[in-house]
Design a protein around this ligand. Structure first.
Ligand code: WTA
Length: 677
C-alpha cells in the first residue's frame, strides 16, 4: 500500500486495566517505567540483552559471537554447543527439583474413580527420555535425522520430542487431527524413516485411530517409492491395530514395534548430545495462504533462549513458588512446542497436559482441571474463550479458580467482548491477561503485555517484548503515524526466528524477506498481519493482510467489524469477508453464530439490528451488506476462521442453499485443509 492507502481503523476501545498489585509485587518487571528502561536498553544492545538471558541457561561450550546476521540468515550464539533436553530435564533432575512434577497429565475419559492422572517428575523424565533416545538410536536414528511424531496429548508425546532433542535428532510433530494424506506429505518432505505414534487417542469420547492413519500414509508413501522403516506404537486406547511387516522381514528388520517392548530393554543412562547452537531442533508445518504446507525450521540455542525468557517473563513463571502452568494447545502446534514443553520445562516449572476436548464430558472440564491441579497460569486461544462464552458462565462457576494468577491468549485477535468475559468469568477481575502476538515462524512471543508491568487494553497485544524491534510500516518500509493501519514488520533479527523453510529456500526468501525493505535496503521480516499502533504505542492486530476488505476505497481489517458484531449480546462469534458490490467495489458479508439461550430468532429483524449495531459501534462505512446466520464457522484445525472459504461462499463461487448447513462446510473445510495441510 502506498501512503494514503493505509488500513483504516474504526474501533475505539477506551478501557484500561492496570496490573493487579498482587501480581505486580512478585513479578520480575513491576512497572511500565521499568519496562521502558529495560526495553530501551534491549534495543540499544539486543545482543547484550539476549546474551545475558542465554547466560541463565546451561551451555557445554560458550559462543564465539552472539549473532551473525547475513540477511535473511541469522546464526545465534555461533560456536556454542548446548542441548535443549539437558536444559529442560537433566539440569532439573540433578537438583532440588528432581522429584517435583515436570508433567501433570489428565486423560479424557472419566472412570468411576475420576479421570486418569499421571505425575511425571524431572527424574522420571530424565530416565524416560534417555531410554527413548536409546530406542531411537537402536532404530538407526542419527544426529540430524528428522523423526515424525503423530501422537495424542499424552506424556509420551513430550517425552518423544525431548528424546529427539536429547540425541540430536530433529522432530516433526504432526497434529493428531490430521489425515493420512497430510501425514504422507509431511513424512515425504521431511524424509523421516521413523514414525512415533499410538494405537489411538481419546477425543470427545471417541478413539482417533492414529495407527490406522499412519498405516494408510505408509501405503501412499510406498506408492511414491518412500519407505518408512520403523513405526513405534504406544499403547494408549487398546483399540485393535493392524501389524505390518515386510514379508521378508527378519527379527531385527520389522516395521511395527510396540513402544513398551522397545523401552523395556533400553538403557537409561544415555547423556545429552552436545549440539551446535544452530543445529536443527524441529520442523513444524504450517499452512500458507495457498498451496502446500511450509516446513518451518527452528534451531537450538536461539530458540531455547527465546522461549525460556518469554515463558518466564510473560507468564511470570517461578518454579520455586510451585507454579503450575497450563497451556491448552496441542503439541502439534507451535504453542505446544514453545510453551507446553520447552518454555515451561526450561524454567523447571510443572506443565499440565490434557488429552481431550474442553467439553468432554461436560463444558466444565477445563475448570475442573484448573481446580484439581491448582493451575496458576492458564494460556488458551480466543476461539476456545468464545466457546466458553457460548456455553455459559455457570460452568466455570462450579469450580474453584482461585489458584489462577495470570491468564493468556494466543492465535487470533481477541475481541474485546471475549477479553472482558475472560477477565471477569475466569480471572475474577484479579488476573492480568497477556494477549501474546507471535507466529510459528517467530518461535516465541514477540508483542505482549508483561503481567506485572503493562496496563492492558482489551483487544490489544500491547507492546513488543525486550529485544524485539516491531513496527507498523507501509510498503516502502516507512513507519506509519499513530492509529494508521499498515503492515506489521520486525526490523531486526531475534533469537527464535525461523531459519528457513525445509527444501524451499525460495519460498523462505519470498514470503518473509522480500516484501518490505528499510531505508538502507535491508530486508524487514514481513509477518503478513495488518496492524496499527495507538497513541500509547500499543499494537492492535487487524487481521491477515490477505483478508483486508476494500469498501469504497477504505481498507478495513476484518477484526474490528467482527469485534463490533460480537459486542452485541446475541452474538457468539462472527466472521466478515468481502463480497463483490456494484457500487462500493466490495461489500461486507458477515457470518454470525448466535449465543446459546440468548432467546432471539435468526430473522430479518435481527439482521437489521446487527447492521445498526455495527454502524453505532464503528461507523456507517462498516455496515455489513449481508448478514448470514450459521450454527458454526469453518475453522482450521488450530481454530482460525477460514475466511478464504467464506469468501468463496459470499462471492457465490461455492453454493450453500441454507446457511444453517454451513456446518457441513466446516466439515468439508476441515477435510480439505487436512488434505492441503
Ligand atoms: C495470529 C500462533 C492477534 C496472527 C502462535 C499471526 C494473533 C498468526 C495473535 C500466527 C494475537 C497469533 N493477536 N493475532 N495475540 N497471536 N495471531 O503460526 O495472524 O499458528 O500471524 O502461531 O495468528 O499463527 P500461528
Amino acid at each position: 500500500m502506498a501512503d494514503g492507502e493505509s488500513i483504516e481503523s474504526l474501533l475505539h476501545e477506551g478501557r484500561l486495566f492496570p496490573p493487579p498489585d498482587a501480581v505486580r509485587a512478585g513479578a520480575e518487571v513491576r512497572s511500565l517505567d521499568q519496562w521502558r528502561e529495560v526495553h530501551a536498553r534491549s534495543l540499544a544492545d539486543p545482543e547484550g540483552y539476549w546474551a545475558e538471558e542465554a547466560g541463565r541457561l546451561e551451555w557445554f561450550r560458550t559462543w564465539d559471537r552472539v549473532l551473525e546476521w547475513a540477511p535473511p540468515d541469522a546464526r545465534w550464539f555461533a560456536g556454542a554447543t548446548t542441548n535443549l533436553c539437558h536444559n529442560c530435564v537433566d539440569r532439573h533432575a540433578a537438583g532440588p527439583r528432581a522429584d517435583a512434577a515436570a508433567i501433570l497429565w489428565e486423560g479424557e475419559p472419566i472412570g468411576p474413580d475420576g479421570p486418569e492422572v499421571r505425575r511425571v517428575s524431572f527424574a522420571d523424565l530424565r530416565r524416560e527420555t534417555a531410554r527413548l533416545g536409546a530406542v531411537l538410536k537402536s532404530l538407526g536414528v542419527r544426529k540430524g535425522d528428522i523423526v515424525t511424531i503423530y501422537m495424542p496429548m499424552v506424556p509420551e508425546l513430550a517425552i518423544a520430542m525431548l528424546a529427539c532433542a536429547r540425541i540430536g535428532a530433529a522432530h516433526s510433530v504432526i497434529f493428531g487431527g490430521f489425515s493420512a494424506s497430510a501425514i504422507a506429505d509431511r513424512v515425504a518432505d521431511a524424509g523421516s524413516r521413523v514414525i512415533l505414534t499410538a494405537d489411538g487417542g481419546w477425543r470427545r469420547g471417541k478413539i482417533v485411530p492414529l495407527k490406522e492413519n499412519v498405516d494408510a500414509a505408509c501405503v501412499t508413501l510406498a506408492g511414491a517409492g518412500v519407505r518408512v522403516e520403523h513405526v513405534v506404537v504406544l499403547e494408549r486406547c487398546g483399540n485393535p491395530v493392524a501389524w505390518h511387516h515386510a514379508p521378508e522381514a527378519s527379527h531385527g528388520d520389522k516395521r511395527d514395534h510396540w513402544w513398551h517392548d522397545l523401552m523395556r530393554a533400553a538403557p537409561d543412562d544415555g547423556a545429552c548430545e552436545p549440539m551446535d547452537s544452530e543445529a536443527l531442533l524441529f520442523v513444524l508445518y504450517t499452512s500458507g495462504s495457498t498451496g502446500k504446507p511450509k516446513g518451518i525450521l527452528h534451531t537450538t540455542g536461539g530458540y531455547m533462549t527465546h522461549v525460556a525468557t518469554t515463558a518466564r517473563v510473560v507468564f511470570d513463571l517461578d518454579a520455586a513458588r510451585g507454579d503450575v502452568f497450563w497451556c491448552t494447545a496441542d503439541c502439534g502446534w507451535v504453542t505446544g512446542h514453545s510453551y507446553v514443553v520447552y518454555g515451561a520445562l526450561c524454567n523447571g516449572v510443572t506443565t499440565v497436559m490434557y488429552e481431550g476436548a474442553p467439553d468432554a464430558p461436560t463444558p466444565g472440564r477445563f475448570w475442573e482441571i484448573v481446580e484439581r491441579h491448582g493451575v496458576t497460569q492458564f494460556y488458551t486461544a480466543p476461539t476456545a474463550i468464545r466457546a466458553f462464552m457460548k456455553w455459559g458462565e455457570e460452568h466455570p462457576r462450579k469450580s474453584d479458580l482461585r489458584s489462577l494468577r495470570v491468564l493468556g491468549t494466543v492465535g487470533e485477535p481477541i475481541n474485546p467482548e471475549a477479553w472482558m468475559w475472560y477477565h471477569r468469568a475466569i480471572g475474577a477481575e484479579r488476573c492480568p491477561i497477556v494477549d501474546t502476538w507471535w507466529q510459528t515462524e517467530t518461535g516465541g512471543h514477540m508483542i505482549t503485555p508483561l503481567p506485572g508491568a503493562t496496563p492492558t487494553k482489551p483487544g490489544s497485544c500491547t507492546l513488543p517484548f525486550f529485544g524485539v524491534d516491531a513496527a507498523i510500516v507501509n510498503e516502502q518500509g516507512r513507519e506509519m503515524p499513530a492509529n494508521q493501519g499498515g503492515l506489521l514488520a520486525i526490523r531486526r533479527p531475534w533469537p527464535g526466528m525461523l531459519r528457513g523453510v525445509l527444501n524451499d529456500r525460495e519460498r523462505f526468501v519470498q514470503t518473509y524477506w522480500s516484501r518490505i525493505k528499510g531505508p538502507d535496503g535491508e530486508p524487514y521480516y514481513f509477518a503478513g498481519d495488518g496492524a496499527r499502533r495507538d497513541e500509547d504505542g500499543y499494537f492492535w492486530i487487524m487481521g491477515r493482510v490477505d483478508d483486508v476488505i476494500n469498501v469504497s476505497g477504505h481498507r478495513l481489517g476484518t477484526m474490528e467489524v467482527e469485534s463490533a458484531l460480537v459486542s452485541h449480546p446475541a452474538v457468539a462469534e462472527a466472521a466478515v469477508v468481502s463480497m463483490p458490490h456494484e457500487i462500493k467495489g466490495a461489500g461486507i458479508a458477515a457470518f454470525v453464530t448466535l449465543r446459546e439461550g440468548a432467546g432471539v430468532s435468526a430473522d430479518e429483524a435481527l439482521r437489521e439490528t446487527l447492521r445498526s449495531h455495527v454502524v453505532k459501534e464503528i461507523g456507517a462505512i462498516a455496515r455489513p451488506d449481508v448478514v448470514r446466520f450459521t450454527k458454526s464457522l469453518p475453522k482450521t484445525r488450530s481454530g482460525k476462521i477460514m475466511r478464504r472459504l467464506l469468501r468463496a461462499i459470499a462471492e457465490g463461487r461455492e453454493h450453500v442453499g441454507d446457511t444453517t448447513t454451513l456446518e457441513d462446510y466446516a466439515v468439508l473445510a476441515k477435510l480439505r485443509e487436512s488434505d492441503e495441510g
